[in-house]
Design a protein around this ligand. Structure first.
Ligand SMILES: *Cc1c(COP(=O)(O)O)cnc(C)c1O
Length: 419
C-alpha cells in the first residue's frame, strides 16, 4: 500500500475548503527528489535539468523547481510565456518543439532561449522568421543552437514513444551533419546536441546508452565539421513505478553510468568538456502529485462500479494508454481488500475508468479516494469534452499548510470562448 503524505482527517479538512476533485502536490517530496536528482549528476560541471513544462505546467511548481536551478523545457508559446513569468529566461529555457510556427521561434529568440531544431528545414525557416532571411555576420553571436537527433533503427524502441524510425521527431544522422554545417557557416559557435528517445523508461541502461550515443556522435560531428559542442541533452523519459511490482529507476546508477561513459568517450577522446542536460518531467513531479476524488455512486450490474466525482478529464492516462495508477482509500488502509471494482468517472465514454477490475476495500458513497502518481501528465492533459471542467490544483507545503495554486474551472470558463 502506498504511503500518502496526508491522512483521511487532513484530506477531509482540505476538501471542506476545496471540494473534490482536486490535484494536490507534495512540496516536501518534490524538493527532496529534486535535490537527489541534481546530486546524481553533480560530477558534471554545468549539469542542468530543464523541467519539461508540459508535464505540470503550473508556475508555482516551476518556481519550486527553480530553487534547484532547474530550467524549463518548453515546446509551445504558452510554455515559453510560463517560463518567462517565473523568471526562467535566456539559457534556462530549452525550446524543444516540433512542427514549429514562426512566432514561437521569434518568441524563443526574444527570450534568449536555447533553440533546439527538430528538422533540417527549420534552420532556414528560423532564419527567415527571425532575420527575414540569412543572418548577417554576428547575428548568431553568443546564442546557443541545438539539433534533435532521431537515431531511427540504430536504437531500440520504447513502449510509449515507440520505435525511433516511426517517430516524427528529429534529424536523421546524415541530416545532422548538414544541419550543423549550416549553423556553423551562418556563424553559430555555441552548439548542443539533443535527443529524446525514451518515455516512462525504467531501465537505467537505456538512459546510459542514450548518453553514450550522443557522446560518440558529438565526437564524430566534431571530427567531420570542426565544431565544438557545449552540451549534450539526453532528453527526458525517465520512468516511475506506477505499478506496485515495478522498481523506481536508480538515478544514482544512471548518474554513475553516464560519468563512466563520459570518462571514456569524452575525456578519452580528448574532447572539450561537455555539459550534460536532461529534460525530465515525469520523474520530477509524477510520484508526488495525487488526484483526490470522492465516491459518488456504487452501481452493481454485470460488474461492480465505483463512480467518482472525477473523470478522465482530470487524469487521462488510464483511458489514453491503459495506464495503471494505484488507488488508496484513506481511512480504509487496513480494511480487507475484498471487492472488485471498475473505478469510473461520469464521462459518456466507456474508457472513462481509472481502474478496471481492481481489488479494493468495500467502498461507500462519500469515501475519499486517492489516485496516485498523478503529478505529471495528469492535470496537464485535462480537457473539456462532455462539458467536464478541469479541477483545482493544490500544494501541500512542508509545514502542512495547503495553498491553492490553480482554481477549479467554472461554467463561466466553459462559456467564455463562445461567440
Ligand atoms: C514530453 C517530453 C519530455 C518529458 O518527458 P517525461 O517523460 O515527462 O520525462 C522531455 N522532452 C521532450 C522533447 C518531450 O516531448
Amino acid at each position: 500500500m502506498r504511503k500518502l503524505p496526508f491522512d483521511k482527517a487532513k484530506l477531509e479538512e482540505i476538501a471542506a475548503k476545496w471540494p473534490t476533485p482536486f490535484h494536490i502536490y507534495d512540496a516536501k517530496a518534490i524538493r527532496a527528489n529534486a535535490r537527489r536528482f541534481k546530486k546524481a549528476f553533480a560530477w558534471n560541471e554545468g549539469f542542468r535539468e530543464y523541467f519539461a513544462v508540459k508535464a505540470a505546467p503550473n508556475p508555482h511548481l516551476m518556481e519550486l523547481l527553480k530553487e534547484f536551478d532547474f530550467g524549463s523545457d518548453c515546446s509551445s508559446m504558452a510554455e515559453l510565456v510560463l517560463a518567462e513569468r517565473v523568471g526562467n529566461v535566456g539559457e534556462k529555457i530549452m525550446f524543444t518543439s516540433n512542427d514549429t510556427p514562426a512566432e514561437e521561434f521569434r518568441k524563443a529568440w526574444e527570450l534568449g532561449a536555447i533553440v533546439n531544431f527538430d528538422d533540417v528545414t527549420h534552420i532556414p525557416f528560423f532564419f527567415d522568421a527571425v532575420f527575414g532571411g540569412s543572418p548577417k555576420p554576428g547575428d548568431l553571436e553568443g546564442r546557443v543552437f541545438c539539433c534533435r537527433y532521431n537515431p531511427g533503427p540504430l536504437k531500440g524502441g520504447n513502449a510509449i514513444i515507440g520505435k525511433p524510425e516511426e517517430a516524427k521527431y528529429g534529424f536523421t544522422r546524415a541530416q545532422l551533419f548538414e544541419g550543423y554545417r549550416m549553423l556553423r557557416d551562418a556563424g553559430a559557435t555555441r552548439l548542443g546536441l539533443h535527443t529524446m528517445v525514451a518515455s516512462n523508461e525504467l531501465d537505467p541502461e537505456y538512459i546510459i546508452d542514450t548518453a553514450k550515443m550522443l557522446f560518440e556522435l558529438a565526437g564524430d560531428l566534431h571530427d567531420s565539421l570542426g565544431v565544438d559542442f557545449e552540451f549534450v541533452n539526453i532528453g527526458g523519459g525517465v520512468g516511475i513505478p506506477y505499478r506496485p511490482d515495478q522498481k523506481a529507476m536508480d538515478i544514482e546508477r544512471v548518474g554513475e553510468g553516464i560519468r563512466k561513459a563520459y570518462g571514456e568517450l569524452v575525456k578519452g577522446r580528448g574532447m572539450k568538456p561537455l555539459k550534460l542536460f536532461m529534460e525530465c518531467g515525469r520523474c520530477i513531479t509524477g510520484p508526488y502529485g495525487y488526484l483526490v476524488a470522492r465516491v459518488r455512486h456504487i452501481k452493481n450490474t454485470y460488474r461492480l462500479y465505483a463512480g467518482l466525482d472525477a473523470c478522465m478529464s482530470n487524469l487521462m492516462r488510464p483511458a489514453l494508454y491503459g495506464a495503471y495508477h494505484e488507488i488508496v482509500v484513506p481511512g480504509k488502509e487496513n480494511s480487507p481488500e475484498t471487492s472488485v471494482y471498475d473505478v469510473t468517472g461520469s464521462l459518456c465514454e466507456n474508457n472513462d475508468k481509472f481502474a478496471i477490475q481492481r481489488v479494493l476495500p468495500v467502498l461507500e458513497r462519500g469515501d475519499l479516494v486517492v489516485i496516485c502518481d498523478a503529478g505529471a501528465h495528469g492535470h496537464a492533459m485535462g480537457f473539456q469534452y462532455n462539458g467536464k471542467l478541469r479541477s483545482a490544483e493544490l500544494l501541500l507545503e512542508e509545514d502542512g499548510s495547503v495553498r491553492q495554486i490553480r482554481r477549479a474551472e467554472t461554467l463561466d470558463d466553459y462559456f467564455a470562448t463562445l461567440v
